[in-house]
Design a protein around this ligand. Structure first.
Ligand SMILES: C[S@@+](CC[C@H](N)C(=O)[O-])C[C@H]1O[C@@H](n2cnc3c(N)ncnc32)[C@H](O)[C@@H]1O
Length: 299
């Protein structure tokens, strides 16, 4: 694990390699390329003799990955796309199936640390949260325009405590003072008893819930999962890293369904978590859960 680079520190890299088993000549789809940490590990493991299709919604992340992967750039195709459309993207690239698929959900450290992206309650900035800067819905739009019931539903889905009360309070607040910055939201959560630094930060859940809605993350994940195992070649493997119980549940359910219909074999029954030494080096890994499966060849 590289902690000394200026890039996002990839989570559970060794475990990902163990399950993906990248080999020379293989084609690997990194659905969430981010800053290319996992992709670099795949390319290093195969001495640059595998190829990686690296997809991300965030154009800035792709540029950053281009820098990080420069040694192997001839082996990499960078694609500014939503992984919900993997089938179409692969068809466009003339690729039928891939030998491995990796999906590392959530946001990268760079996205979190850049105040102007609006992902973090710890850095003040516009309440944006769009992974794709070309998208036209921001977190501020949601807070300032969505109906109270819709707000309640997204807080509830994000497991934010007191979703009903919170949605009501948002509607009350925005009448006098619309939400514009992450600071506005932090102060509002604080005023409404949701800014408590002692335990797992409840503001984390509120920010996450809004981020999930801004980027339609649950919907995208379910579209991706519905395209499994068709995009995997025989014995091709998929590895998922998630950071929210909502996502882990969706992955678990989808993989189990494919296990029942005999198209996937689960490689782990229970999700794997990062080892304590990894969490010590990279505290952002602490909530990671990893699941993996292998395509069962037909016939
Ligand atoms: C945790 S980061 C990935 C970090 C990467 N594994 C690395 O080692 O640098 C998650 C990335 O997924 C991207 N992302 C999230 N949802 C996406 C989607 N639906 N389609 C494509 N990329 C997505 C985010 O923009 C972010 O860059």
């Amino acid at each position: 694990v590289r902690t000394e680079t200026p890039f996002h520190c990839p989570v559970m890299v060794q475990e990902c390699l163990e399950f993906l088993q990248p080999r020379e000549g293989g084609v690997y789809l990194d659905c969430t390329l981010g800053e290319g940490g996992h992709a670099l590990a795949i390319l290093e493991k195969t001495a640059g003799k595998a190829s990686v299709i690296g997809m991300d919604l965030d154009g800035d992340a792709l540029e950053s990955a281009r820098q990080r992967l420069k040694t192997y750039i001839d082996q990499v195709q960078l694609v500014h796309e939503n992984f919900a459309r993997i089938g179409e993207v692969l068809a466009r690239l003339g690729v039928n199936t891939v030998d491995g698929l990796l999906c590392d959900l959530g946001v990268s450290s760079r996205q979190l640390d850049q105040g102007e992206r609006g992902f973090s309650f710890q850095v003040d900035g516009p309440l944006d949260m769009r992974m794709n800067r070309n998208g036209n819905l921001t977190a501020a739009d949601i807070l300032n325009r969505w109906k109270e019931e819709e707000l309640e539903a997204i807080f509830e889905r994000g497991e934010v405590p007191g979703a009903h009360r919170l949605a009501k309070a948002v509607v009350g607040q925005r009448r006098s003072s619309p939400f514009r910055t992450t600071g506005d939201l932090v102060r509002f959560l604080d005023k409404n008893g949701l800014h408590n630094r002692r335990t797992f930060h409840p503001a984390t859940l509120a920010f996450q819930a809004l981020r999930l809605a801004t980027n339609r993350e649950p919907e995208n994940l379910s579209m991706l999962l519905s395209q499994l195992p068709a995009v995997l070649s025989g014995a091709g493997r998929c590895v998922f890293l998630s950071y929210h119980s909502l996502e882990d549940r969706a992955i678990k359910r989808a993989l189990r369904e494919r296990e029942l219909d005999g198209t996937l074999r689960l490689l782990v029954k229970k999700p794997l978590c990062p080892r304590p030494d990894e969490i010590r080096l990279n505290p952002r890994a602490r909530s990671a859960k990893m699941r993996a499966a292998e395509r069962v060849s037909a016939g």
